[in-house]
Write a new protein. Structure first.
Length: 93
């Protein structure tokens, strides 16, 4: 049986920011891409779908390996010790 407790405050929820505030869909041009590091599965589908409808563009996502070169992510082979797995998002049209 579960004990009822009174006076316990409800924690605030941490609502994730809307995709337009986090991901740069609105400023992307055709063949631009951005990389979301350390994602183990491609779970940006909802954000990408909403952005494509909102901006009238087409985007593609792929799991990919990249590494930092200064401040930019560049393609890397997964055997490279500096390689990081994540999701790449490309604007296609």
């Amino acid at each position: 049986m579960y004990k009822i407790q009174r006076g316990v405050p409800l924690p605030r929820t941490e609502i994730p920011p809307r995709s337009g505030r986090v991901y740069p869909f609105a400023t992307m041009q055709v063949d631009d891409m951005f990389f979301v590091p350390h994602r183990e599965k491609n779970n940006l589908g909802g954000y990408v779908w909403a952005a494509s409808r909102k901006h009238g563009c087409k985007f593609s996502t792929r799991m990919t390996w990249m590494k930092l070169d200064g401040e930019c992510w560049v393609p890397a082979d997964k055997s490279d010790p500096a390689a990081v797995r994540g999701i790449g998002v490309w604007r296609k049209a």
